[in-house]
Design a protein around this ligand. Sequence first.
Ligand code: SF4
Length: 641
Amino acid sequence: MDRYGYNGKVLHVNLSTKEFRVESPPEIFYRQYFGGRGFIAYYLLKKMTGGEDPLGPENILVFAVSVLGGAPAHGLCRFSVGAKSPLTGAFGESEAGGYWGPELKFSGFDALVIEGKSPQPVYLFINDGKVAIKEARHIWGLHTGDAQDIIRREIGDERARVLLIGPAGENQIPYANIANELSHISGRTGMGAVMGAKNLKAIACRGTQKIRLSNPELVAEVAKRVARDRNEHPLSYGLHWIGTPGAVLHFNHAGTLPTKNFREGTFAGAEKISGERMIETILQKREGCYACAIKCKRGVGFKSDRFTVDLRYGGPEYEALAALGSNCGIDDLEAIAKGNELCNQLGLDVISMGNSIAFLMECQEKGLLPASWREGLDVSFGQAEVMLKLIEDTAFRRGVGQHLAKGVRGMAKELGPEAEKLAVHVKGQEVPLHDARGKAAVGFGYAVVEKGADHLVSGFDILYERADHPGFQAVAPLGLLEPLGVNDLGPKKIRLFTYMSFLWSFYNCASVCNFAFVPRSITTLNELVHLVKGITGWETSLWELMKVGERAINMARAFNVREGFSKKDDNLPERFFQPLEGEGPLKGFKIDRQVFQEALDLYYGMMNWDKEKASPTRAKLVELDIEWVWDCLPPHIKGGH
Ligand code: SF4
């Protein structure tokens, strides 16, 4: 049978027994689940039964590209990694771009399913279909950059693409990240800690197998159009020129720049940490991912009298600027760049790290921090040097870092009810740097998305605010035809959120970068359908692709339900129900609890989920052609259907 776009091979590795197995799933598997989130949810549901220790050998770790990943078009470079999350206990998933995902495809596999635990530190080397487990005791404890250099030397190939963890992952910090090429980061839900718990330091890939395209001309046509128009399109050009750091001043102006642990929405030092200031000072180059002309990534490197920052670790994105900057009350751009480098060297998710520090800072300000926690340190807002020390201490669980390593939820639980009111997390995951009080759909996504607070769920509300916005116009093929205000959480916004969450979920199944596709960027929905056809040969439609996304959401939800998550977990932190403080146009604004609850019920209804159990119904699973998922649900959920 002719197969285009994918290899038809999933590699299974058992680190306990050192056995490998290659699975060859049928075409229907690829077409229904596509890759990424879809594959992760499939294997986590099939190979686990619920109640597993996220840091135990029984947790399954899945790396998945997609049927599109590695094809020569912009934004098809990503991969997802997933497991039960040690941070939340829920469905864990994180995506990253770069070059590792395509290289896994070139080495002959579409996905990697890792089971068990190695008795000693190891790394995997996947080389054109061959697999080797290699000794890693000598690189255990090293920074990501040093370990990557040694691995490349050992395997004798400087062009090998290496994905790896730092000391934070080895020390099983629940929000440890995974880096590939040192600057492309799978940050969220603590997947680095799962690697660390399995004694797996790294996975290096090298491959020469080319991806067969069903219709190369069709793929080239889309790729050429995007390359040609990249500089004309307002959204893609902005991403290239200033990148995500451009959001700092934009959000500050809108009154939604998280400041001092999400207490305020404007920051007096915003100019000093802005993307504009970065271009004038420390930006060295604009970088990109495999085959992508948008090149939205930042390359920051410098040597000053205070810090040396290595260009190899990339540069701070918006999330890092706000997490280590405004949210900690810090206006020192060089220190933030250093903090970003430290997070990438040590292997810590910059969002969870920054927010954990910000939480501690507010607790000190409010007199909620016992002296025994501070160990003589002044943990007040604005302390750049303290912020840097806390990052290092967290990776090694020393000093105040022992507490920060528990994350916001863990610290708040120990500090008591007053501290819990300041704890900005959902399902245990620290909230990205977007205030739910100025972005209703983003905030709603925090509450309901299965992996805990995440901002890559449905697109920012501002994209859909004006009829003349290119982002809004681009989603008309989905039947989203009326612009809606940024703080609107009414029925029409929930409909928009639901549709967009299917599209975003498809992006996560298909290894598609949302910075290269609508509504955030340039590649259109029709071009997406053309790409799928040109790569795989499948005669498909937007409807079928949206169903892939919806299917994956339902599978992730079923995973959570099996783990005991329920309606009460689909909630927002107390902070967002309180008035926004400080200055700015949204001063005093808060989310109305009743409006939020009504939105939640409406959402469950639109998803055809049981409203009380917040769980997929059997009818919905049958409609999505995943009736087998019903058997994964516990009896108390299935009763009554
Ligand atoms: S748009 Fe940016 S993040 Fe996305 S693939 Fe291109 S360079 Fe990478």
